[in-house]
Design a protein around this ligand. Structure first.
Ligand SMILES: C[S@@+](CC[C@H](N)C(=O)[O-])C[C@H]1O[C@@H](n2cnc3c(N)ncnc32)[C@H](O)[C@@H]1O
Length: 201
């Protein structure tokens, strides 16, 4: 349910007007596109993993104008092609500077970026989150991977990646270096994810 809340949050924050062209970097199987459907915005989804794109295609989501296999660090689109760029759960896999400069390149003037990814909660909530992610989920992973080996990644490798890639501490500076203005940051669900946004001048 949290993912639905986080996606709903960024879609609301983006205040999309009809006709704006949207890019979703790391679109996966098209979960964000399901939330964007019916808002009158044509969406292009790009993902590094061909299988993800194939699964998104199978859903036949109405707002999807184009799906492409491609790397967020080298987007296969011309300069100034989109009004809004979204990205969910991708920054931690990439070099943030490369990603942000590609977002800047493909955005039109006054275009907006809004993204989120996992981060580490601070303060009171931090030990509970750490117990859940690095303890309970890992044990669950050992049990569930008997049924589906793919779950081993989600429950065992992913927590390590989240802990090692502390992308959120410097991402505001990265956006600023790449030329974004009106940069904002918001930690949601106690900091389980952090949302960043910015605008192309
Ligand atoms: C956890 S999934 C999230 C999918 C989707 N954004 C969502 O919220 O449901 C992360 C996705 O990022 C994609 N990805 C990872 N590195 C990428 C890169 N460098 N460029 C584009 N996509 C990437 C993966 O293939 C995967 O589909």
């Amino acid at each position: 349910m949290q993912d639905r809340y986080w996606k709903g949050w960024i879609v609301r924050e983006a205040a999309l007007a009809e006709g704006l062209e949207v890019l979703d970097v790391g679109c996966g199987t098209g979960v964000l596109e399901e939330s964007l459907n019916g808002r009158g915005v044509p969406v292009t989804g790009v993902d590094l993993t061909e299988e993800m794109i194939r699964l998104a295609q199978l859903k036949q989501i109405g707002c999807i104008e184009c799906l492409a296999v491609g790397d967020g660090e080298r987007l296969p689109f011309r300069d100034a092609s989109f009004d809004v760029v979204f990205s969910c759960y991708v920054v931690k896999y990439c070099r943030p500077e490369r990603l942000a400069s590609e977002f800047m390149r493909v955005l039109r003037p006054k275009g907006r970026l809004i993204l989120y990814d996992f981060s580490s909660p601070r303060g009171f909530f931090a030990p509970f989150h750490a117990f859940y992610v690095y303890g309970a989920l890992r044990i669950l992973g050992v049990v569930l991977r008997q049924a589906d080996p793919g779950l081993a990644f989600t429950y065992q490798a992913l927590p390590t990646i989240i802990r090692e890639r502390k992308w959120d501490g410097s991402f505001g500076d990265v956006l600023s270096t790449c030329g974004f203005s009106e940069i904002g940051e918001r930690r949601l669900s106690g900091g389980v994810v952090t949302v960043f946004w910015g605008k192309k001048a």
